[in-house]
Design a protein around this ligand. Structure first.
Ligand code: PRX
Length: 645
């Protein structure tokens, strides 16, 4: 039995929602979603109000998801213009640079001008409504300006995480057919430079359709220049006016594409649209973080991930909040940095990933306790299950026992948080994402799709739609249907395993497909495998996750070399470097085991279950190996296993 942390009275009193309020509103939301969302859909400004609320079919037959579909609006108008009457001089974005001496405040008035100028510069260079624009940027305000500028003119942005390799960037540019890229000369993280422009140049060697690259000068480092293609951001913005009307967008017009890993080698372009996404991102931001006007809110994610989209940019700005954006890393210049930023900017709400908590926990309490953190009143966690030990440290040391922790479960596909405590309503249990948000109907099913009731464990599905749900895989609706709606017909399948306890609390147990979660970053094992086999000396590779103290899961690769190649330490290092270059540092294998053969069934299918067990150092019970073509390979793999933790 785990202990429960009740809602402190003072938190419940000032919160938007208390326990009774949650119960009532939740019941309403699932009993009559139409009227619930008709009411809450009004939280954003519509140019033309919607009369239709929900138009959803999960199949059989067509899978169709539409929300508020006859309304028109604009996301940038909602995130900026709407606040100008009351908040023109209030801070929209606090930017904290990589160096502790670097920061600035951007007011809503300034945000308006920056976004309008960029939108005009994009238009002047040919970007039109519906065009795809790829953003490959560091964590600088221009990343937010660029997202909002696209939204303003109806272009669809695709943000690619700045840690991805040229190859990964190129694949994402080609998949969505972008012709316009925004990048920077270099990024700056932990005092180290990231060669974003050079990476872009390399990527574009295989993207002939890209006509324009707009380059932000961040470090002033030297870059090579393609005349006629490359343009300086500051020069282009100097040529245009700071007034740009917001395009009237249909609720279901695309807002952005964001690539995420799945069980196959090719990342999927998750497509989110305009109206429902913004309603959901802003509503969850308000209630989950219990955001009140004037508070300083900080989400430490990168804008390259969905968390950065929904909870650095769109949710907070739609609510007129002050959102902090941090360029650097948690341990630079030292392990107090996060808490020093909290003190410097008087942060009230702090949202980060368990992997960061675990890394800081290793440094001991002193780097935390030497700071004040007295402005903090709420903490959040996202991206992977948080182990109770890290939860307790976060709660007791960082939050001094006074700040509730919202452990928010969601996915790139869901657009916003689906399972989460509400600070004023939900008693907490360390390690549990607790209860569904309004309108969300989680169901736990067994392998055959039977609903499991009460306290149980199985696969997590969501029975009905919510406005922030992804609408399709860009350019491949069939893949969307196959991935999410075919395993358990009539339900959205999350790919996660889940337990529900006797109090109806949900505990996410991790992925049940071939996706692993490394430091909160989602990685398809097939992607790492295809990077490995692209190396001339590798004949075959199989990749699985294994428990890792810091990263949550580490990457364990079994590699079979081509005939005639001998394994050696240098080659191991070379393969790690190779994968970093092919995908990016987040995909670096932690352990590589040389495998003379892989366990396969007689029909040639790799038995991953066995490989996972060996990687987990849990080889005593490998289950049924009788269907293996050559049971002998397993003995070799066990004898030479790399993880003896
Ligand atoms: O396995 C779940 C895990 O992260 C996956 C989604 O990854 P991604 O699309 O990159 O989005 C991450 C940020 C929303 C989920 O399928 N996950 C996310 N949040 C949690 C989590 N696992 C447990 N607890 C969480 N709070």
């Amino acid at each position: 039995m785990s202990s429960t942390y009740p809602v402190p009275d003072n938190v419940a009193e000032q919160a938007w929602i208390d326990a009774a309020g949650y119960q009532k509103m939740y019941e309403q939301s699932v009993a009559d979603p139409e009227s619930f969302w008709a009411e809450h859909g009004k939280r954003i400004h519509w140019f033309k109000p919607f009369s239709q609320v929900k138009d959803v079919s999960y199949g059989p037959g067509e899978v169709k998801i539409r929300w508020f579909h006859d309304g028109t609006t604009n996301v940038a108008h909602n995130c900026i213009d709407r606040h100008l009457d009351t908040k023109k001089n209030d801070t929209a974005i606090i930017w904290e640079g990589d160096s502790p001496s670097d920061h600035k405040h951007i007011t809503y008035g300034e945000l308006y001008e920056e976004v309008c100028r960029l939108a005009n510069a994009m238009k002047a260079n040919g970007v039109k409504k519906g065009d795809r624009v790829t953003l490959y940027l560091p964590m600088i305000p221009e990343a937010a300006y660029a997202m909002l500028a696209c939204a303003r003119i109806g272009a669809i942005h695709s943000v690619v995480f700045g840690g991805f390799s040229p190859d990964a960037l190129a694949g994402r540019i080609r998949d969505c057919g972008s012709t316009f890229v925004v990048t920077a000369d270099e990024g700056l993280r932990g005092g180290r430079k990231v060669p974003l422009k050079a990476n872009t140049d390399k990527a574009l060697e295989s993207c002939p359709d890209v006509k324009t690259v707009l380059v932000v000068r961040r470090t002033g480092g030297s870059v090579t220049w393609a005349e006629g293609r490359d343009l300086w951001y500051h020069e282009e913005l100097g040529k245009v006016s700071d007034d740009c009307p917001a395009e009237e967008m249909n609720a279901e017009d695309p807002l952005f594409i964001l690539y995420t890993s799945g069980s196959t080698g090719q990342p999927k372009g998750v497509l989110h649209t305009t109206g429902g996404y913004l309603v959901y991102a802003s509503m969850t931001h308000q209630y989950v973080f219990d955001y009140h006007d004037g508070e300083v809110y900080w989400c430490t994610a990168d804008v390259g991930w969905v968390t950065g989209h929904s909870y650095i940019v769109y949710g907070p700005l739609a609510n007129g909040a002050t959102t902090l954006m941090f360029e650097g890393v948690p341990n630079y210049p030292d392990a107090s940095r996060m808490w020093e930023i909290c003190d410097k900017h008087k942060v009230n709400i702090f949202y980060t990933a368990p992997t960061a908590i675990r890394a800081l926990m290793r440094e001991g309490e002193q780097p935390v306790t030497k700071t004040r953190r007295d402005s903090l009143r709420l903490l959040g966690s996202v991206g992977e299950p948080i182990n109770p030990e890290a939860w307790l440290w976060y709660y007791n040391v960082v939050g001094e026992g006074r700040c509730p922790i919202v452990d928010t479960w969601w996915q790139t596909e869901t657009g916003g948080i689906l399972i989460t405590p509400l600070p004023g309503a939900t008693p907490l249990k360390p390690g549990s994402a607790t209860r569904p948000f309004f309108g969300v109907k989680p169901v736990i099913v067994d392998a055959e799709g039977h609903h499991l009731e009460g306290a149980t464990e199985g696969n997590l599905c969501i029975a009905d739609s919510w406005p922030g749900q992804m609408r399709t895989v860009y350019g491949d609706h069939e893949r969307f249907v196959q991935t999410y709606f075919s395993t358990y017909p009539g339900k959205y399948f999350t790919g996660d395993g889940c337990r529900r306890d006797q109090d109806g609390y949900y505990w996410i147990t991790g992925r049940v497909d071939d996706v692993i979660n490394v430091s909160g970053h989602r990685m398809g094992t097939a992607e790492v495998e295809s990077a490995l086999v692209a190396h001339a000396k590798v004949a075959e590779a199989a990749v699985v996750g294994y428990p890792h103290d810091l990263k949550g899961q580490g990457i364990y690769a079994y590699v079979t070399l081509v005939a005639g190649e001998e394994p050696h330490e240098e080659l191991r290092k070379e393969l790690v470097t190779w994968v970093r270059r092919e995908i990016g540092p987040i995909a670096s294998p932690d352990l590589i085991q040389w495998a003379p053969g892989l366990p396969k069934t007689r029909s040639g299918k790799i038995m991953r279950r066995i490989l996972r067990k060996i990687a987990e150092n849990d080889y005593s019970n490998l289950g049924d190996t009788s269907t293996l073509a050559d049971p002998g390979v397993v003995d070799d793999l066990v004898a030479n296993r790399m993880n003896r933790a």
